[in-house]
Design a protein around this ligand. Sequence first.
Ligand SMILES: Nc1ncnc2c1ncn2[C@@H]1O[C@H](COP(=O)(O)OP(=O)(O)O)[C@@H](O)[C@H]1O
Ligand SMILES: [Mg+2]
Length: 242
Amino acid sequence: MLQVENIAVDHGRVRALWGVHLAVKPGESVALLGTDGAGKSTTLGAICGIYTVAEGDIRLDGESIRGRRVREIVSLGVVLVPEGRRLWPEMSVLENLEMGAYLPARRRDRAAALERVFDVFPAMREKSSRPAYELSGGQQAMVAIGRALMANPRLLLLDEPFIGMSPLIVQEIKDVLRTARERHGLSMVIVDQDFKRAMEMAERTCVLSNGRTVMEGASKDMQSDPVFTKTFLGLNGEHGVV
Ligand SMILES: Nc1ncnc2c1ncn2[C@@H]1O[C@H](COP(=O)(O)OP(=O)(O)O)[C@@H](O)[C@H]1O
Ligand SMILES: [Mg+2]
């Protein structure tokens, strides 16, 4: 479905990515891992058209999407849930959700999209008229994911969606994402500081280091790969940061 082929991306005059490759097959989820500054957010931003790809290519269903605008890429079904949620605090939950269906093609089936979101996030229905700022951090994260689902994505790019959440909320979000995968065949690329958690959610894993892909493979195989476990999970099996 998605192929990121050795892309390079610059932030101003500084090269942030040097050769990132990553593939997502239809219906599959991929954990995108790496330490702080490895280039995970930049990779997601390049996929959804926020950052310019200087070298390499990004293909969706075999066709290059390099150089396309964000809204075009959204209309092709690739949607980012950015780090830090970025909701409109004074707007209601419903209004925030509706912002996810801003494309004309989506506006027409906004009601159906909303039902789909309420279907996977029943709690959102009760809160729909409340201003976003009233919600807990976890609920706000749900609205951010719900907003992305309003665009009816095939591929959801999640940038550290669990930051600052209690284990209970994390579990709730994980359940919602699993439901969205099962019911709507959603694929995901998920960035998470908790490597183990991300790998449990994803069939495949891609590890970045200093703007390059250094490992890519089935999550199961990588979890038993001594190089990976030693470097990233720690010898005693505790997950952590190198
Ligand atoms: N907007 C930006 N301007 C300049 N440099 C940036 C910007 N965003 C990220 N960088 C740099 O690019 C590199 C990759 O960052 P990022 O993709 O945010 O990493 P990660 O998400 O893995 O922590 C880092 O060295 C970071 O300092
Ligand atoms: Mg980041």
